[in-house]
Design a protein around this ligand. Structure first.
Ligand code: 5GP
Length: 184
């Protein structure tokens, strides 16, 4: 399970990890946020209406769920019923705490920025979120950074190749196979 503040580069790191450890499968989360340009339902997220999301919470369909910067996000239990032995979850802090309770044996990794200022630069630079969303995300980010000590594994994303190596090394301890070498 990977957690870290918005703008820390989790997505890029996770894509690099998946290239190196083919046994891993990424859980597709559900969310009530609107799809961004290029996002497809069922690929990046299962995009649900607030009503559908609430109904599925009531039904007990979620392993964990949380509100984040004005929207709801959650991991559907059905995502963990894949045949693959290792499923990767990308969740924010509240979800990470719920996963710790529900699956105490899960490997939980927190991704940290080299400095707080980097988050703003990245969030503004990627141009995916409105200025208001950027501020909301930064506010949550400070809270998440303050909770980094709750995670047994922390990786500073100061350099993509180095951080990927570190993450691959951690995941290899539970996947039990040799990861592919770093791409040349
Ligand atoms: P974004 O809107 O940038 O795609 O995601 C916002 C935040 O929601 C990120 O911190 C991301 O890790 C988190 N997130 C994505 N999927 C889930 C999920 O299934 N559960 C929880 N708790 N958080 C999620």
């Amino acid at each position: 399970m990977v957690t870290g503040p918005s703008g820390v580069g989790k997505g890029t790191l996770i894509r690099a990890l998946m290239d190196r450890v083919p046994e891993l499968e990424l859980s597709v989360s559900a969310t009530t946020r609107a799809p961004r340009a290029g996002e497809e339902d069922g690929r990046e997220y299962h995009f649900l209406s607030p009503e559908d999301f609430a109904r599925r919470v009531e039904r007990g369909d979620f392993l964990e769920h949380a509100s984040y910067a004005g929207n709801r996000y959650g991991t559907l239990r059905s995502e963990l019923e894949r045949p693959t032995p290792v499923v990767l979850l990308e969740v924010e802090l509240q979800g990470a705490r719920q996963v710790r309770e529900a699956m105490p044996g899960a490997l939980r990794v927190f991704i940290e920025p080299p400095s707080g200022g980097d988050l703003r630069t990245r969030l503004e630079g990627r141009g995916l979120d409105s200025p208001e969303d950027v501020e909301n995300r930064l506010e949550v980010a400070w809270e998440e950074l303050a909770a980094a000590h709750e995670f047994e594994h922390r990786i500073v994303n100061d350099d993509l190749a180095r951080a990927t190596d570190e993450l691959v090394g951690l995941v290899a301890t539970i996947v039990g196979t040799q990861p592919r070498g770093a791409p040349q």
